[in-house]
Design a protein. Structure first.
Length: 91
């Protein structure tokens, strides 16, 4: 079995109130040096078998069709999850 990660972000022209809220909270909590925050969504899909180019293309199609709203969001990444990231996911 393989795992694929999909990252979806609001399009740059779309307001991101959650990102703005996080950006304004960071300095209040002592975290400085950040000039902006955009908040997106991450999906982790487990596939039956190895992650091939065909599987990644199928996941990308699913991401554009179901996992994102193409009017306001972009699918910014569809990639196989490295095995070391896979092992630490349940920790």
């Amino acid at each position: 079995m393989g795992r694929v990660v999909v990252d979806v972000m609001p399009k740059p022209e779309i307001l991101d109130p959650q990102g703005k809220a996080v950006a304004s909270a960071l300095p209040r909590l002592g975290f400085t040096g950040f000039t902006g925050v955009r908040q997106g969504r991450r999906f982790e899909l487990t596939v039956d078998g190895p992650v091939t180019d065909e599987v990644l293309a199928n996941v990308r199609e699913a991401a554009v069709t179901l996992l994102s709203n193409p009017v306001i969001e972009d699918v910014v990444r569809v990639a196989e999850m490295p095995e070391e990231a896979d092992e630490g996911a349940d920790a």
